[in-house]
Design a protein. Structure first.
Length: 267
């Protein structure tokens, strides 16, 4: 997929907690139609960066700009998370954040609320246009269930599902928001090899078949090098490198801060 323009701009972001600096002057662009990976050691500021982008944190300084398809640029630096979601930025979490007492179908339907004009109660009570809208939302959810190959668990309570399937349901819930851009925070953490292969396939399908721009945090360097178009490297809240996988693989600062550390752990 050709990169058309900037989809998201992160400019000079600073973030601190009680005097401790989490991010210092972080800047990068995410291009429309690409998979951009953000990597770095634990505590490098990767999740904090995502939290600033989707409105969970508000940075102390800097600007985050989103370019919705067919609309004017939006400064989202100070917007609350629900408004950012409505603009077309969806998010998965490092620690699964699902309604564990609900089944798969209901979890996905809950994510559709940002697109609902009528209340879900009105739809359930068969009130005219509300009922038609509810049918349309259910059709969208069923399409996601089919896309992610989770038909067999559509009525299963999420809290009772194996970890890998719960991660897939969370991905489905993000897709239910109909995102233009998807933020994935370690989507393969804790998975076995087979589960990782499935998740990688779904991420690539979302990118290629649905045209979704993806910002990915992931510790599996083999996966990152295989699927990312570009990589941003953070260390202690500072960007130390940015470029293609080949460029990053050979960058001495990255090798010292991260890739070398990974290699040592494997020996």
């Amino acid at each position: 997929m050709a990169f058309k323009s900037v989809k998201l701009g992160v400019e000079n972001i600073h973030l601190s907690f009680g005097g401790t600096s989490a991010l210092t002057g972080v800047s990068f662009d995410v291009l429309e139609g690409e998979i951009l990976a953000v990597i770095g050691p634990n505590g490098a500021g990767k999740t904090s960066t995502l939290n600033c982008i989707n409105g969970f944190y508000q940075p102390d300084q800097g600007q985050i700009t989103f370019f919705p398809t067919g609309s004017e640029r939006r400064d989202i630096t100070r917007l609350p998370a629900y408004r950012i979601a409505k603009l077309g930025i969806a998010r998965t979490f490092q620690n699964i954040a699902l309604y564990t007492g609900l089944n798969t179908l209901d979890n996905l339907m809950a994510a559709r609320h940002v697109h609902m004009k009528q209340s879900m109660l009105a739809g359930m009570l068969y009130f005219g246009s509300a009922r038609q809208e509810e049918i349309a939302h259910r059709e969208a959810v069923e399409e996601i269930i089919d896309f992610l190959e989770i038909e067999h668990i559509r009525k299963s309570v999420v809290g009772a599902l194996p970890y890998g399937l719960r991660k897939r349901v969370e991905l489905g819930r993000a897709l239910a928001l109909e995102p233009q851009m998807l933020l994935l925070d370690e989507p393969m953490a804790g998975m076995n090899v087979e589960e990782k292969e499935d998740m990688a396939r779904f991420i690539l399908d979302i990118h290629e078949r649905r045209g979704v721009t993806i910002l990915l945090i992931e510790h599996d360097m083999g996966l990152v090098m295989d699927i990312a178009d570009r990589i941003v490297v953070l260390d202690f809240g500072i960007k130390i490198a940015e470029g293609t996988p080949d460029t990053i693989r050979q960058d001495p600062n990255v090798i010292k801060a991260y890739l070398g550390e990974e290699s040592q752990h494997k020996t």
